[in-house]
Design a binder for this molecule. Structure first.
Ligand SMILES: *[C@@H]1O[C@H](CO)[C@@H](O)[C@H](O)[C@H]1NC(C)=O
Length: 487
């Protein structure tokens, strides 16, 4: 769970919720509230093919998993306002990571707020492991422990009677959150974010035979000081013969083009040994996505492929859609690949099933504009020896975003109304860009996904795209259909 530091204070003031949320009537009340409230939402910024909350607030994705023939994604959810509040788990499912349906709210807070965590399928049972955050009377006024919930249908969840199953950290740090669980051999493994005694980020590794009794194995990694005050949403997985240690450090200082979002998600490539439980890093920490809005990633594996999704926002930013009765989104789902020291991110294959009307297939002259609806996919090919500059803008105003390539410095940049993110790009084969527009977002995949930018942007009305490059560019552009529920 990504936690805005000021929210600690807010929790103390605002946590007033009914005690017995276990009974079905509470669940029914929530769904009825959502169904009614949905009708009041202003649709102007509602995304068409990204998972968004039906109403209210969303932050981290949780419990990304595959169970009984469908992908499941949960998320940190507060249905009753478009700002953060006592955390529930919202829930959506999909056959293909593209077409999503909304399911009933999976977890509701009782004595504990239901902070981030993971999900696994254990035969016919789906098990959620999440952080229960409890407000306490003494400094630091919170305690975090790990809870379980079970389901036999992937829709209705029952919390485990013996919660919490993991009560404390080796150094008694109260920051203890975001378990990610997976199975290897006969053991379940969990990695969980925490802190060292001197308040720097740390990740702990545990294992269990039954998900209930856990054995602490070792500290998988920790900050030596420069890598932030808290490590959230840790993940560890094998990819193309190596291991990837992926997490979201909080509090990295910006360094030139890097770490400009305050809250980052990135990775280290290395090796992991299931005998010694040691992760041996081979690379430096690298950001996974270079855009303005990308935090608290989750991954899941299916048929040897590793898929990933993140919160398509970050903390300490304004969320303009909050004025409309909702806030927060998930990025499109991507497939990860490892080539050399780099993770490549590509849109999942079925994204091409969203393609509708062809807007243009051919040359776009200098200063020419093409118009979209609220969505678009645009494949851009141009001569990388020369500059490229593409402007995307609302047809009636609002945010403007310039996407640029400068061959002299070898950098791609995404300039959102003056707020610039940029990074070096060395194409490994393809020289084209694949740009996705949704009603309040853009995602740019360069080449094979060596460099990806995910940013929210808020146009007035529909999108247009103008070629400001000193060259003719080649464009293949489509409008995209809706693949998430409306309203
Ligand atoms: C948190 O609560 C658990 C009991 O659920 C307790 O065992 C643990 O010591 C507490 N941790 C801290 C840091 O107070």
């Amino acid at each position: 769970m990504a936690l805005h530091k000021y929210l600690v204070f807010f929790c103390l003031l605002a946590v007033v919720y009914p005690k017995s949320l276990k009974d079905d009537s509470v669940q029914e009340d929530i769904e009825e509230y959502i169904a009614n409230k949905q009708l009041d939402i202003n649709p102007r910024y509602r995304l068409h093919y990204h998972v968004i909350p039906p109403v209210g607030w969303m932050n981290d994705p949780n419990g990304f998993s595959y169970y009984k023939g469908e992908y499941h994604i949960f998320y940190q959810y507060y249905p009753y306002d478009s700002v953060w509040g006592p955390m529930h788990w919202g829930h959506s499912s999909s056959p293909n990571l593209v077409d999503w349906k909304t399911l009933p709210t999976a977890l509701v807070p009782e004595e504990e707020m239901c902070f981030s965590g993971g999900a696994v399928a254990d035969g016919d049972t789906m098990i959620l492991m999440y952080t229960g955050r409890v407000v306490t009377d003494e400094e630091p006024y919170f305690n975090e422990t790990q809870y379980l919930a079970f389901s036999n249908d992937g829709i209705q969840f029952t919390k485990y009677d013996g919660n919490p199953v993991l009560k404390e950290t080796p150094n008694n740090s109260p920051d203890f959150r975001d378990p990610k669980v997976w199975k290897h051999g006969e053991h379940w493994y969990a990695i969980i974010g925490s802190k060292t005694d001197d308040e720097t980020g740390r990740v702990l590794l545990y294992r269990s035979l039954d998900m209930i009794n856990w054995e602490f194995l070792r500290i998988l990694g920790e900050s030596t000081g420069e890598m932030g005050y808290m490590w959230e949403c840790p993940d560890l997985f094998e990819l193309n013969g190596k291991f990837v240690f992926l997490w979201s450090p909080q509090g990295l200082a910006p360094q030139g083009d890097r770490f400009k979002n305050i809250y980052q998600t990135g990775y280290i490539i290395g090796n992991f040994n299931y005998e010694t439980f040691e992760f041996i890093p081979e690379t430096e920490f690298e950001e996974l996505d270079y855009g303005h809005d990308f935090y608290a990633s989750q991954t899941a594996e299916k048929d040897g492929k590793r898929y990933q999704v993140a919160w398509f926002n970050t903390w300490e930013k304004t969320h303009p859609e909050a004025a409309d009765g909702w806030a927060g989104a998930l990025t499109m789902f991507r497939e990860l690949e490892l080539v050399g020291d780099r993770i490549l991110m590509k849109p999942v294959e079925d994204m091409i099933t969203l393609r509708g009307e062809l807007v243009l297939d051919g040359e776009l002259q200098k200063d020419d504009t093409i118009d979209f609806d609220q969505t678009g996919e645009i494949i851009i090919k141009a001569d990388l020896e020369k500059k490229i500059e593409i402007l995307i803008a609302g047809r009636n105003g609002g945010d403007k975003v310039w996407i640029r390539w400068d061959p002299e410095v070898g950098k791609v940049s995404v300039d959102r109304s003056g707020d610039v993110r940029q990074v070096k790009w060395s194409p490994i084969s393809s020289h084209s860009w694949r740009l996705f527009l949704d009603a309040s977002s853009l995602e740019l995949f360069c080449g094979e996904g060596e460099v990806v930018f995910s940013s929210r942007a808020y146009p007035d009305g529909e999108w247009s795209l103008t070629n400001l490059s000193p060259q003719v560019v080649n464009i293949e552009a489509y409008k995209l259909r809706r693949s998430v529920p409306y309203p």
